[in-house]
Design a protein around this ligand. Structure first.
Ligand code: ATR
Length: 275
């Protein structure tokens, strides 16, 4: 029987996940559909029951349900549990199991740049996204991770959890030259008229600067980083990376990420450069 998958969230109309997964299903000759479903926070439990009743094989979860889905699932894997957020659910025939592929998706995409595991890494922000990425960085072998956040207590808590250190945004700004990799995880770059979360005046040329936002393709942070001579990584790789890990969990197949990065970049009106 035809399988079907979904992404639930609110808003959901502009999600590129249906395009990405349906393209991969087609490429691999898999008879499956992937449907965007708008779900209000108050309806999450009913929506999950409906998905189960209708035989969903797996689904993605986006804002604002990444945390509230946890108590509804049968099992939560270790990463999702540490992050207290789920973005992918797999139905194994018996149980609905929650995973979080965001952090690993980001770190996979980071390796498209010339990164060194010995680099000092600065993570700007200490929210859910920063948490997932910091855990994944640690797991991937980065050992010197510094978290800087507007609210320092949140940076200290995350640093404690992953075995890193914490800094104020002002201190991070002053010592920016010490970092080989700078990762922007706050929501500040979503709008092109917003200020940067951190001034990039002291950044060294050649530093890798990454943003998790993919729309706009070039956030004010990345534009400034490029002007300063940084090697920039936008959020398309993370978006495709998290989707590719979910796709593999559902189908056992590793899809072509480079080709998808190009398709998504084109869809967003950009030009893909494979560096
Ligand atoms: P997400 O799950 O997307 O990471 P979040 O948990 O709400 O979202 O976290 C948002 C992050 O962006 C936080 O690190 C937040 O800083 P605070 O912990 O101090 O709130 C950061 N952030 C949001 N707006 C910001 C701003 N104007 N300047 C600096 N940091 C900001």
């Amino acid at each position: 029987m035809k399988k079907w998958y979904a992404v639930i969230g609110e808003p959901i109309a502009h999600s590129l996940s249906p395009y990405m997964h349906e393209t991969w299903f087609k490429e691999h000759g898999i008879d499956a559909a992937y449907i965007p479903v708008q779900v209000k926070p108050a309806d999450l439990e009913k929506a999950f029951f409906a998905l189960k009743t209708l035989g969903v094989s797996g689904f993605n979860i986006t804002l604002p349900h990444k945390e509230s889905i946890l108590p509804l699932l049968d099992h939560i894997d270790e990463t999702a549990s540490a992050m207290n957020a789920v973005n992918t659910v797999v139905f194994d025939g018996e149980n609905y199991v929650g995973f979080n592929t965001d952090g690993d998706g980001f770190v996979q995409s980071l390796f498209a740049a010339p990164v060194k595991l010995s680099a000092r890494v600065l993570v700007i922000g200490a929210g859910g996204a920063a948490r997932g990425i910091s855990y994944a960085l640690k797991r991937s072998g980065f050992s010197d991770i510094v978290i800087a956040n507007r609210t320092i207590a949140r940076a200290e808590e995350l640093a404690r959890d992953i075995g890193g250190s914490a800094m104020t945004l002002a201190d991070a700004e002053k010592s920016l030259g010490d970092f080989g990799i700078i990762i922007q995880t706050t929501s500040v770059g979503l709008s092109t008229d917003q200020a940067l979360p951190i001034s990039l005046e002291n950044v060294k040329s050649g530093t890798i600067a990454a943003d998790i936002i993919y729309n706009p393709l070039e956030t004010p942070f990345l534009i400034k980083a490029k002007e300063q001579g940084c090697h920039t990584v936008n959020g398309v790789g993370m978006f495709v990376g998290q989707g590719a890990i979910a796709f593999e969990k559902w189908t056992g197949i590793k899809p072509d990420m480079e080709k998808m990065k190009e398709l998504i970049t084109n869809k967003l009106g950009g030009q893909y450069v494979n560096k």
